[in-house]
Design a protein around this ligand. Sequence first.
Ligand code: ZN
Length: 229
Amino acid sequence: MSAQKYILPAENIIPLGDDSEIRKNNAEWRRFLKDEGIDWTVEIQGLGPSDYQKKELKLLYPEADVFVSLAIAAHEMGHWRQGEIDERFSRADLGAPDPDEEKAKQFSYEIEADAWERGVKRTEKYFGPWREKFIAYKNKGKFSDFNSLDEFVDYVGGIILETSRFSRDLEGKTDQASTKQYADWIKDNQIMNDFFFNQERWHTGEIINKAEIEEVIKKVAADTAEEIY
Ligand SMILES: [Zn+2]
């Protein structure tokens, strides 16, 4: 019996802007954060689910500032097929093998760390045009803290992993008191504080090119379909 391969239907590639469903769904939480002086950036949103029964991949990525959006898209592609790779990362609602939602909650940090590593591994061979673009920005005096795009992607990874570490401690609570705790933590945490209050470090004003990133998303999906677990 030949195994059916995963596909990524065109309608499953979804760019996310300021008016995305994700932003609408967490509007209250973002309002609580804003009351504490933190404006959650449009770049930090995305999802990379796999439907293990239909054998379909899906990718929701930020259509926002170019290099952070690229890093987040790469990360979300790291979530593809995670439930097959490690049973701790399985998802009951998507029909993964050995589903256990409690475990998925318990291992949220490990899930994110695993997705970063795998996402970068799956996508970095397609970073070429953005590496050149990054160097062009460097030549104009931007990104002086980073030697390369790859270093910058690591930096964005650090932000996401810090976030998921603290979110786990809050057990996903989004009420006002928990959100205040979260905001206080961001302000006290050097990496997080820097990301939100020193956006000059990463903000270019250039929006990621949709056709270019979606081309890469399709290539990585095809590669991922060939992986054997
Ligand atoms: Zn993730």
